[in-house]
Design a protein around this ligand. Structure first.
Ligand SMILES: *Cc1c(COP(=O)(O)O)cnc(C)c1O
Length: 341
């Protein structure tokens, strides 16, 4: 076999589990409510390249994110953008810092480009001490600091004043706030992009919009920064069908608020029910709950019943459960009830 280059050769390939299921609560996907009847294709020209700048899509997004289209660059999911940005800013060996546990992909993207991932431990209750992160950043001088807010997988919400403190104190690093779940919490720092030139905010249509299959994400920053990083945008990266469908979905953003409110109510009721069953449930600002189960092997046992959740093995075993519909919550609780007996 022809050898890959050395830095790539030692990497582990990322495969996603493909298990049979009746209820899928393992990937924080939203409901299919914006394009539930599919989307209408008229005057569609597949022979032409898509709009490389995604002008209409960015215009529609700017209304929801309360910024200008010029503050937005879109990509094939926000994960593609995070990868592109880490790769664009980090020379081999430069550091990327974030709390651990957090989104495991940050480490993957660092590995891909030879950046060094530096994790700062969260507290025992998975809360995130911003002073500790600031101290570490001053010590290690990372090229990039990433805060996932709300954090995946723990659900922890970093208060806005903490993020302002980080931005005020760490001005020589790029600060990426990954707001993949911000639609389900009350906090965003998009309104600060014109104050801090080193701030990049990542958003996605994969979670609250229920459009994970379209792969549409965005990076939001001040105009100067967006123009600057446009150098690394892959031309035509967002295909014509995804742009087209996302534009139609974004014509219904009033429905997004209803949906996220519904999810927040279900999040609270599922938390209450699980606590009654002696689960430890951590406070969550996302469309998921991070829990510690009173029964062993919860993941395997539920999988056998066709209920998929995510398992995380740290010093102890934790699970992350996506908030889906009331119906699916009920099936989950019934199956857990059987296990507890
Ligand atoms: C889901 C998720 C993303 C991105 O998803 P895309 O589908 O690539 O837009 C980014 N960050 C976190 C923390 C996520 O959970």
């Amino acid at each position: 076999m022809i050898k890959l280059k050395e830095s790539v050769e030692k990497l582990q390939a990322y495969f996603v589990n493909d298990l049979p299921y009746k209820v899928k609560l393992d990937a924080n996907e939203g409901s299919n409510y914006l394009l539930k009847d599919g989307f209408k294709i008229d005057n569609f020209k597949a022979n032409l390249y898509p709009d490389s700048d995604s002008k209409i899509l960015r215009e529609k997004m700017s209304k929801y994110y309360k910024c200008k289209a010029e503050n937005i660059m879109v990509g094939n999911g926000s994960s593609e953008l995070i990868n592109t940005i880490i790769n664009a800013y980090c020379e081999k060996g430069e550091k990327v810092m974030s709390f651990i546990p957090s989104f495991s992909m940050y480490q993957t993207y660092c590995d891909l480009c030879g950046a060094e991932y530096v994790g700062v431990e969260t507290e025992m209750d998975f809360s995130q001490n911003i002073d500790k992160l600031i101290d570490e950043a001053k010590k290690e001088n990372p090229k990039i600091v990433i805060v996932c807010n709300p954090n995946n997988p723990t659900g922890y919400v970093t208060p806005k004043e903490d993020l302002v403190k980080l931005l005020d104190n760490v001005q020589n690093s790029l600060i990426i706030i990954d707001e993949a779940y911000a639609d389900f919490s009350e906090i965003s720092v998009i309104d600060l992009i014109n104050k801090y030139e080193n701030l990049l905010v990542m958003r996605t249509l994969s979670k609250a919009f229920g459009l994970a299959g379209l792969r549409v994400g965005a990076v939001i920053a001040n105009e100067k920064t967006i123009k600057y990083i446009w150098k690394v945008k892959v031309p035509y990266n967002l295909n014509i069908l995804s742009q087209y469908a996302a534009e139609q979905a974004l014509d219904n953003i009033d429905k997004v608020k209803d949906y996220t409110n519904r999810v927040k109510k279900l999040r609270q009721s599922l938390k209450d029910s699980l606590e009654e069953l002696n689960f430890t449930v951590y406070p969550s600002g996302g469309n998921f709950l991070f829990v510690k189960s009173p029964v062993d092997n919860l993941f395997e046992n539920l999988m056998e019943q066709g209920v998929l959740i995510r398992e995380f093995r740290y010093d102890e075993v934790y699970n992350r459960i996506t908030i889906a519909t009331e119906e699916e919550n009920k099936i989950l609780l019934e199956e857990i009830g059987k296990l507890i007996g």
